[in-house]
Design a protein around this ligand. Structure first.
Ligand code: COA
Length: 402
């Protein structure tokens, strides 16, 4: 008689053999950016890319792996602009390359704004991207060329969605997308003013610095989603949800709220003491990977101080300096990128509730590059856990449970 075939034992982890929050775990390979010593995108040092503040150049680099030639830069920028411009019906047929998808999504967001005008712009973006995936009939798995085209389209559509939501939630009709780079056009859309060249450059630098950061929580969420064979829009929708949290992208909004709550430099000491005593984290400080300070915060902090010198925003810098010193003395913690980014956005006249959505606009480039990389060399992302619940017990059916 044949012996009963036993199924192979499940793969098991050793008790306590895990890293809380996956800290220090290497979860894969990437050719998109490295944090080894210095932050580099595709091998180029972040300080050189940030100085240019050219978001389109960096988005192309992240997606294609090489810096664009002048012709490639012009074509990519025009493609992104056309996608943003297709947001509302336009008399210019050259702008209507994406068919009717964006106007349909705007109509749906208008309905959302009617019933819930106070919805957070992060939720509106997450919903908008999800709807775009449906309207555009996102195909899985796309070819690399199709994925690159889809990424370029999303990089233009998302800032336009943000501008549209700010109009719709304020009860206004949707303004057309302005001319110029993403940095210039988005700044104009969100402030309602034509920005100066200095402001566009500073804003562009923040987009470059926010564009990509290896296996952070939102990027990892996007990679996990597409590792199942799912589509790009689903990955981006998950990433936006992950970025919203205050321990990740949501921190930049809370940084400004904290600074406003403190009010002035002479109140900083008492405020920090109170927060630490209550075991609350101070937003804009600490980082999972950078334990000796975030290279991006150093770059942007310097730029922020120069930009606001002699303006009304200078007082906030004195307060920020004081908090920085106290945090270093008390906790040995240094600022992360959200610390100066929040102050720059405030100095640029941007409302707090668009700070994290701007991070989304920038990170679209990194997310889409990672999604394409994951799909190009995929294996399902599926870690394991250590069970810590009730010991094994016998089931008792409902009729006998009283
Ligand atoms: C980013 C962050 C989530 C990293 O978390 P992490 O890697 O798990 O941090 P660690 O556990 O290594 O922190 C070490 C210690 O510093 C403390 N710490 C870290 N960041 C802190 C902060 N911003 N304020 C106060 N204490 C902080 C932790 O509580 C911990 O203290 P303990 O050893 O007494 O428990 C964390 O620093 C944080 O919450 N920062 C504020 C939110 C923020 O700015 N997020 C944007 C990140 S780019």
């Amino acid at each position: 008689m044949a012996t009963e075939q036993k199924s192979p034992p499940v793969q098991s982890a050793q008790p306590n053999d895990f890293a809380r929050g996956l800290a220090g775990v290497v979860a894969g390979r990437t050719a998109i950016s490295s944090l080894d010593g210095d932050l580099r995108y595709r091998g180029y040092p972040i300080h050189a890319l940030a100085a240019g503040g050219d978001f389109e150049e960096v988005a192309f680099l992240l997606l294609h792996g090489e810096l664009p030639s002048q012709a490639e830069h012009a074509a990519f920028s025009e493609g992104v602009r056309a996608s943003a411009g297709s947001l509302i019906a336009t008399p210019n047929p050259a702008m209507a390359t994406d068919g009717a998808s964006m106007p349909a999504v705007i109509a749906a967001l208008r309905g959302l704004a009617d019933i819930c005008p106070t919805a957070s712009p992060m939720d509106a973006l997450r919903t908008g991207v999800s709807m775009l995936g449906q309207v555009e009939l996102d195909q899985i798995p796309g070819t690399r060329e199709a994925l690159l085209a889809q990424a370029q389209r999303l990089i233009g559509q998302v800032p336009a969605l943000l501008g549209a939501w700010m109009d719709l939630s304020a009860g206004r009709s949707v303004d057309p997308w302005p001319d110029g780079s993403i940095a210039k056009a988005l700044l104009q859309r969100l402030t309602g003013r034509t920005p100066s060249a200095t402001h566009v450059a500073a804003f562009g630098t923040t987009l470059v610095l926010y564009a990509e950061h290896e296996f952070n929580a939102s990027t990892f969420a996007a990679r996990t989603v597409v590792s199942t064979g799912s589509d790009m829009h689903s990955g981006i929708t998950a990433a936006i949800g992950a970025l919203k949290g205050p321990l990740h992208g949501g921190a930049n909004e809370q940084v400004l709220e904290q600074l406003c709550a403190i009010g002035s430099a002479d109140r900083a000491e008492a405020w920090v003491t109170e927060q630490l005593a209550a075991k609350r984290v101070i937003m804009g400080f600490g980082h999972r990977v950078y334990k000796d300070g975030d290279v991006r915060a150093k770059l942007l902090g310097k730029m922020c101080r120069e930009m606001v010198r002699g303006t009304a925003a200078e007082g906030l810098e004195d307060l920020a300096d004081r908090v920085e010193q106290i945090m270093l003395d008390r906790k040995g913690l240094k600022p992360n990128l959200d610390w100066p980014a929040a102050r720059i956005y405030h100095a640029l006249g941007l409302p707090v509730r668009v700070f994290t959505p701007i991070f989304v606009v920038a990170r679209m480039s990194g997310w889409t590059a990672h999604i394409i990389e994951q799909i190009g060399d995929n294996r399902l992302i599926r870690p394991m856990s250590i069970y810590c619940g009730s010991p094994a017990r016998d089931y008792c059916d409902l009729a006998h449970r009283g």
